[in-house]
Design a binder for this molecule. Structure first.
Ligand SMILES: [Fe+2]
Ligand SMILES: [Fe+2]
Length: 161
């Protein structure tokens, strides 16, 4: 049996979480009842923010510190994160505002999903297993994966999961 490869696992995990976030945003459009749309939109926006929080505070700084030469790529993704962050905040605000409307929740989720689609395509291509292997050595990547696992465990604890 092939030994599980850290680089493959990271790239697959990233793709998987992106798919889950996209599906959560798509689900908003499938809601016809306001209460369900509010719940779904809030969950999807928080999911986006939580995922990016781990990238902003652990993955990207770790790649900058322990990897080599991904700075321009990461800077561009950081800029996209800021745009996506403000869209996610707008969605959360509308969901929490008095008198939210399903049409607005669907429209904001669609906008967020479109920004995210371009961003995750870039991220998955730039952080493919093959590229990661060139970017960061096995010992350094092992260290970064441990930091990511600790951050995810911390986030799950806060979320009460
Ligand atoms: Fe990202
Ligand atoms: Fe991501």
């Amino acid at each position: 049996m092939k030994t599980p490869d850290l680089y493959d696992a990271q790239a697959e995990g990233l793709t998987q979480v992106h798919r889950m976030i996209t599906a959560a945003l798509d689900e908003v459009a499938a809601q016809s009842r306001l209460a369900a749309a509010v719940t779904q939109a809030t969950g999807a926006a928080r999911f986006v923010l939580a995922h990016h929080h781990v990238e902003d505070t652990v993955l990207f700084p770790g790649l900058r510190e322990l990897g080599n030469g991904a700075t321009a790529f990461l800077d561009a993704r950081d800029r996209e994160h800021r745009v996506i962050h403000s869209l996610a905040e707008r969605l959360l605000e509308h969901a929490a505002a008095p008198g939210p409307r399903v049409t607005e929740l669907v429209s904001l989720s669609g906008e967020l999903r479109r920004s995210l689609a371009a961003h995750v395509a870039e991220e998955e291509a730039g952080l493919s297993a093959e590229n990661l292997r060139q970017l960061i050595t096995v010992p350094n990547f092992t260290q970064l994966v441990a930091r990511l696992e600790a951050a995810r465990a911390g986030a799950a604890k806060i979320a009460g999961r």
